[in-house]
Design a protein around this ligand. Structure first.
Ligand code: ARG
Length: 479
């Protein structure tokens, strides 16, 4: 195999067989980490400089060379390179530019702490982008929560009409889930923000480097505490996949609700034309493909998480090559999130409600039977008894095709009781914290908006801290 230079040839009589290379190489996917690998390498070189392992001119040359490698990569070079992995690629490119001095960069470092660091840098950006996208969605939901605080619709349990709610209340239920996701993402990002570099292959680095200073130079909160754990810990990756799959589980439930709301049967809302698809055969069709794909991807995200945990669970300390397989699930999941979230956010914003149909459905007797029982209970009838009485009345109403309030008073129900069979009253009564009264929902929408603003601020300050070190570390990513 042509002029390729592996990083570990010395003790071998021959190079790796083609079949091994094909199986062992990770360059085809870990080249997504070129920016992070250069960033980490610059920080390492600078720390070697500060601690006297490299001279100042050596450090300058290496750092300059690494920056050139990154610029060339950004300009589109190297895509067809023949390399084992991203680390060999970057080092090889550096050697092309500065000669044998490039060989000093790896002093005291291993690809094990190097790749663990690359991955943390990548994850930090991925968490940040995820957080931003999730808050966009939360913002859209909170806005609809405010705008539709008083728009009645049927609420369901077991997918049977249960009690009326408002569309705003429904929106804010998802805003709650999504805000928990945002909080989870931020917490996971905080835990991820430790620097494994300087853990060496597994036992630490023999050089007198200052790992805390090194960590800070990359914007990390601190250095990881144990080198064995440092090179093999992939909790941050698992947490990313978990946060993504739980988020997808929430989105999938939302998608399922919206598929139902926009179905011909329910007809409570209509999908915006620009966000629905047609049929090649049936001219009348307007399909919720976007929502179905969200539902489908939720299943796949869960698969990525379980696959990843299965990969981790049997690994002896410290580094094992199985860990090379940590990257693709992350890359795939991020790509799907980046496509799905803006689309779903646009759909939430653009969904056209049909308030008359929703209100008519919400005023259905089935949804107001609880109101009548509550009215009886308010004047002292034990609720169990009230439940019986209303149950019998409901059966009679169904049998005779009349409404609950159309049947004359009697059988334990007074005229005043019947006045409570009213949609607006039913909604207004749910005024306690967390309830669906329009007033309460309007308040909840404001609180959700304030929490979203708080999340945004917290994220901004975390990201700013992370970026403080970026210029020195050639971290000028467009991301
Ligand atoms: N390509 C490897 C990975 O992604 C880099 C680390 C290789 N380390 C080793 N000891 N073979 O995990």
């Amino acid at each position: 195999m042509s002029g390729r230079r592996d990083l570990w040839g010395g003790r071998f009589a021959s190079g790796p067989a083609e079949v091994l290379r094909r199986f062992n190489d990770s360059w085809s996917f870990d080249r997504a980490l070129v920016a992070e690998d250069v960033q980490g390498s610059i920080a390492w070189a600078e720390e070697l400089g500060r601690s006297g392992v490299l001279t100042a001119p050596e450090t300058r040359k290496i750092v300059k060379g690494l920056r050139e490698v990154k610029v060339a990569w950004d300009e589109g070079e190297g895509r067809d390179a023949d390399a084992e992995d991203v680390h060999s690629y970057v080092e090889g490119e550096l050697a092309k530019r500065i000669g044998p001095l490039a060989g000093k960069l790896h002093t005291g470092r291993s690809r094990n702490d190097q790749v663990a660091t690359d991955l943390r840098l990548w994850l930090r950006n991925a968490f940040d982008a995820f957080h931003v996208a999730v808050l966009e969605l939360a913002g859209a939901l909170a806005e609809r929560g405010a705008a539709e605080a008083a728009t009645p619709m049927p609420g369901y349990t077991h997918l049977k009409r249960a009690e009326p709610v408002t569309f705003g209340h429904w929106s804010l239920a998802y805003a709650e889930m999504v805000l928990r996701d945002a909080d989870r993402i931020r917490a996971a990002r905080r835990r991820a923000n430790e620097c494994p570099l300087g853990s060496g292959a597994l036992s630490g680095t023999p050089l007198g480097v200052d790992r805390e200073r090194l960590a800070k130079s990359l914007g990390f909160a601190r250095a990881t505490a144990n080198s064995l754990d440092g090179v093999s810990d992939r909790d941050a990756a698992a947490e990313y996949l978990f946060a993504a799959s739980l988020h997808f589980a929430h989105l999938s439930r939302m998608a399922e609700d919206l598929i139902f709301f926009t179905s011909d049967e329910a007809g409570f809302a209509e999908l915006p034309d620009a966000l629905s698809t047609g049929s090649s055969r049936m001219p009348q069709k307007k399909n919720p493909d976007l929502l179905e794909l969200v539902r489908g991807h939720a299943g796949r995200a869960l698969g990525e998480l379980t696959g990843f945990l299965a990969l981790l669970k049997g690994l002896p300390l410290a580094y094992d090559k199985d860990l090379q397989l940590d990257k693709e699930p992350l890359f795939r999941t991020r790509a799907v999130l980046e496509a799905a979230l803006p689309a779903l956010t646009a759909l939430v914003k653009g969904l056209r409600l049909k308030p008359e149909r929703m209100a008519a459905a919400a005023a259905d007797d089935r949804l107001l039977a609880t109101e009548l029982a509550d009215a009886l209970a308010r004047r002292g009838v034990p609720f169990r008894e009230a439940h019986e009485i209303v149950g019998r009345r409901f059966a009679l109403a169904e049998e005779t095709g009349k409404g609950l309030a159309e049947l004359p008073p009697g059988e334990g129900v007074t005229k005043a009781d019947l006045a409570s069979v009213d949609l607006a009253k039913a909604l207004a009564r749910r005024g306690a914290v967390g309830g669906t009264s329009p007033k309460r929902v309007a308040q909840a929408a404001k609180r959700a908006a304030a929490r979203i603003a708080g999340e945004r601020k917290a994220a901004d300050s975390a990201a700013t801290k992370g970026k403080a070190a970026a210029p020195a570390a050639a971290g000028r990513r467009k991301s």
